[in-house]
Design a protein around this ligand. Structure first.
Ligand SMILES: Cc1cc2nc3c(=O)[nH]c(=O)nc-3n(C[C@H](O)[C@H](O)[C@H](O)COP(=O)(O)O)c2cc1C
Length: 187
């Protein structure tokens, strides 16, 4: 067994009360001892613009890319908007995907989780987000999945994940993600 595996986590919602930010906090709490998850707030990342990129990465983008490169794996908590990936999440992935073939995502193992109040628990958004990692050449963990449906019933008023079954499933998911990083990454 290697030493501690490092993952970078980010959520695709800007709301302070975001269920997905809360889910990411729960992931930090429930990760196995040998998986350290640092989080990155993507709120400062501007809309992708190739002209801006050509002049040099904005500070927030440079920091994001550096944090991704320092991580052994990437954990994303995505909401679902209109049966797809919210723009803020896709925009962060688009910046991270540059330049193609040599990006901070290339060959870096990734995993997706998500929470929504609906009954499908971000299934469509996760499926759509997964497609991006075919282009970035990032091994995306297929199983287990974590779809937190009726999520508003599973967190308390302070955003703590209180549903015991979801907590147990998240802990198993994170142990599998650690194994996935060790199996597919360059750790
Ligand atoms: C523009 C918009 C579209 C939405 N579309 C969906 C949807 O397709 N499926 C779904 O389960 N929830 C949908 N929702 C509800 C979100 O899942 C819910 O607002 C969720 O709390 C957002 O994630 P967050 O709490 O991390 O911000 C939508 C919400 C918004 C604002």
């Amino acid at each position: 067994m290697a030493g501690t595996v490092r993952a970078l986590g980010f959520a695709g919602s800007l709301r302070a009360g975001s269920l997905n930010r809360a889910l990411l906090r729960a992931a930090v709490e429930l990760a196995p001892a040998d998986l350290a998850i640092e989080t990155f707030d993507i709120a400062g990342i501007p809309l992708y613009d190739g002209d801006v990129e050509a002049q040099g990465d904005p500070g927030s983008v440079a920091a994001f890319r550096a944090a991704l490169r320092a991580a052994d794996g990437v954990l994303m908590a995505t909401p679902e908007y209109n049966h797809g990936v919210p723009g803020v999440m896709k925009n962060a992935v688009d910046w991270a995907s540059r330049p193609p073939g040599d990006s901070a995502l290339a060959r870096r193992p990734v995993a997706i989780i998500g929470a929504s109040p609906g009954i499908t628990g971000t299934a469509r958004a996760q499926s759509q987000l997964r497609q991006a990692f075919e282009f970035t050449d990032s091994p995306c963990m297929a199983q287990p999945e974590l779809l937190v449906f009726r999520a508003h019933e599973k967190f308390d008023s302070e955003g703590r994940l209180t549903d015991e079954a979801t907590r147990a499933h998240l802990a198993k998911f994170l142990a599998a993600f650690r194994d996935w990083i060790l199996r597919t990454g360059a750790v």
